[in-house]
Design a protein around this ligand. Sequence first.
Ligand code: SAM
Length: 364
Amino acid sequence: MYSQPSLLPRQDPDAPIRQTDNDAAVARLSAVQKHYLDDLFVKHLVPRAHLQPNRPPLINIGTYIRTRGIEDLVDGWLSSAKKQGKKCQIVSLGAGSDTRFWRIATGPHKDTLIKYVEVDFGEITSKKSMSIMKNRELRDVLGGSNHIQITEGGTVLHSRQYHLLAADLRRDPVDTLQEPLTIPSHGSQEPILSPQCPTLLLFECVLAYMEVNVSSRLLQWFVDYFSADGGGAPLGCVIYEMFGLNDPFGRVMLNNLRARSVTLPGAEPFMTLDSLVERLLKTGFHKGWALTLKEIRKSYIEPEELARISRLEMLDETEELELVLAHYAISWSIFVPTAEDKEKWGDWGLKEKRKHEEEGLSFS
Ligand code: SAM
């Protein structure tokens, strides 16, 4: 039967996924404005930052816990490299409007970071490269305009230390990431990503949006690159995402997202922390761990910090906060090619700042 073509413009099915970047950036801005977090750069990457309303306390606390957990892992990685007199690389996949590069490059670990690579959809990277070029504070950290190269119609940006690449992470990395990351170009003898340099992969709320076989292929590609020819440098990985969505809370979350045309094929299969670790071990990482944000809040943040943030805003819904935090996890893993590296990098991970009152927490 003939059906009349719709007169409404058809929405790009990835537009709602890209929109989640704005949600994350606005949440971060709110947590900064309410003094949970320090970030001098976030306002330059959020459009009309001064007009954005603050988020409710529950969201601000969640943003704080997530950021602290990931920050502690990144800091630990940089500290381990520094202790061994090594430089390290960070690759942030689905980086969106994240400011982490600017915070590291102006912080105490700036000399340990040799490369920082961000990847996202071209629509997101072109906006970010434009914001960088328009803003002196962001540009200066990259060495100023004379040291920045914009290519691929504004979607790709290269500088000495920071590289912004456009790719759909669901596509085969052999077709998208291999050439820009592993083949020397731009007059350099070296590829952007050296397999001989300790490297940390960050997936902050991105793998949930793609099928598990697709994200596993991506993880596997990195492990293969670092294990080629008998061994490169240690490769670490940090993933933050929702999990355990097979309960009433999870079903409400999935329905709310579905109403915005967002699905979570990469989160729905993971019911437990163990399953998150297993996924990492299956792609070749040697060791892995996972904690919920609820556990991180309880034992992995300094009590003085928890006391400080508890004074920032009134929170009535502690039970609701715990329920939300129990559905988000940070998992991390390490691939160590040599026995010597196993020892040197063996204690990388989140450290308890406060002992559990009750027994029973065990790492996977
Ligand atoms: N990591 C940033 C943060 O935590 O602030 C942004 C998180 S945002 C929730 C998810 C990001 O992943 C968006 O910027 C989105 O465009 C990106 N993303 C999702 N699927 C992607 C894909 N298939 N390829 C490239 N980027 C993707």
